[in-house]
Design a binder for this molecule. Structure first.
Ligand SMILES: *Cc1c(COP(=O)(O)O)cnc(C)c1O
Length: 396
């Protein structure tokens, strides 16, 4: 008999879609995969070399649970340089990916009776991590007309005496939108007034376009910093998804609790990956600029293509590597015996009829949309967009 907890959660829908697309591809079908949530770039050589050196030197044993000091120092330096945030070693934890840091936070802060505010659309793991800790996710709907930024009044109207925290994600997966400083200031005010915590997932902070700036809510003032746990990692910025290095920064007591939890679950993140992470953070940074200019080219191309397909409209994302087009005008249409009435129907139709894999918006809490990752080549994007156009044109 499985636990009550295990019954409450589902597998990550984005990872499931990716697995499905890869399985169809393995059977010989030529799938265009817009489903992936990881850069298609290889990890830079200097980072790989640092890992190889670590292995050669025998740096292959347990390390301190929350990360080696040189890595913590590199993380501290990063926060100083990128976010104007000042932390000490006991305010930092390195985990097995940002997802693991987020999970440690959920374990350290949430329990039965707690409510956690999650602006929707949201990244798929937030609600399930809250549920795994027997707390309640409370969704706060955001709207395309507001660039999917959560309105301070909407946060306010969902706060009860059980509300414990707000999860923010900027730049956002799935919408690709980035919070401006003014909005963050207004959110910070409410958070302080109602004595909440903020969990700020900033994993896409380096993937920004059109001159948009990233602000960490924690950097606004001392008060909000004392209530915020900032989460970041190397997966997206350095094309290091498989290395599993993420980190969090926040109040000492919370970091200490997270470290204890980590010590009883995974112990330290891989020693070899930690050495690679030091190199990623302190070595040359031009890789990011090159990757970003390629992402930018694809972004502009894909958004233009999507907007030229009748029935689809897509706002221009300013961060991350996702397009989140509105497909609701297609619902109610049919092709032969297939009727499209939801984002799930549409995603399945495109997978089966057009050999295009993407993720239905329902997975992120909004059925009016689908998510396409443009972490794939321009040629694939061109091919995929053409297939979507053709398939959508068959709907009437
Ligand atoms: C990819 C992703 C993560 C997790 O990244 P890892 O460091 O690989 O665990 C966290 N949050 C968001 C929004 C993501 O898209």
């Amino acid at each position: 008999m499985l636990s009550n907890r295990a019954g409450k959660i589902k597998p990550s829908p984005t990872l499931a879609m990716d697995a499905k697309a890869k399985a169809i591809k393995a059977e010989g079908s030529d799938i265009v995969n817009f489903g992936v949530g990881e850069p298609d770039f290889d990890t830079p050589d200097n980072i790989k070399e640092a890992a190889i050196k670590a292995i050669r030197e025998g740096f292959t044993k347990y390390t301190p649970v929350g990360g080696i000091d040189p890595l913590k120092d590199a993380v501290i330096e990063k926060f100083m340089k990128d976010n104007n945030l000042n932390y000490t070693r006991d305010e930092i934890i390195v985990s097995c990916g940002a997802k693991h840091s987020l999970y440690n936070i959920a374990q350290a802060l949430f329990g039965p009776g707690d409510e956690v505010l999650i602006p929707s659309p949201y990244w798929v793991s937030y609600p399930d991590q809250v549920l795994l800790n027997e707390a309640m996710p409370v969704f706060v709907k955001t709207y395309e007309a507001d660039s999917f930024m959560v309105k301070p009044e909407a946060i306010k109207s969902h706060i009860t005496n059980k509300t414990k925290a707000l999860i923010l994600n900027s730049p956002s997966n799935p919408t690709g939108l980035t919070y401006d400083k003014k909005s963050l200031e207004r959110i910070a005010e409410i958070v302080a007034k109602h004595n909440l915590y903020v969990i700020s997932d900033e994993i896409y902070e380096k993937l920004l376009y059109d001159g948009v700036m990233h602000y960490s809510i924690a950097s606004l003032d001392k008060e909000i910093k004392s209530r915020t746990i900032v989460v970041n990692g190397l997966s997206k910025s350095y094309a290091m998804t498989g290395w599993r290095i993420g980190f969090a920064a926040g109040p000492k007591e919370i970091i200490k609790a997270m470290t204890n939890i980590q010590s009883q679950s995974t112990s330290n993140p891989t020693s070899i990956s930690q050495k690679a992470a030091v190199e990623a953070l302190t070595g040359p940074q031009d890789f990011i600029k090159n990757m970003l200019s390629e992402f930018d080219r694809r972004r502009i191309f894909l958004i233009k293509e999507l907007n030229s397909i009748p029935g689809i409209s897509c706002i221009t994302p300013t961060g991350a590597f996702y397009a989140f087009p509105n497909t609701s005008k297609l619902y109610g249409k049919s092709s032969g015996s297939i009727r499209i009435s939801s984002s799930t129907d549409l995603a399945l139709f495109l997978l089966e009829k057009a050999n295009v894999a993407l993720v239905h918006g329902g997975a992120f809490g909004d059925d009016n949309y689908i998510r396409l990752s443009y972490a794939t080549s321009i040629d694939e994007i061109k091919k995929g967009a053409g297939r979507i156009r053709e398939a959508v044109n068959q709907l009437s």
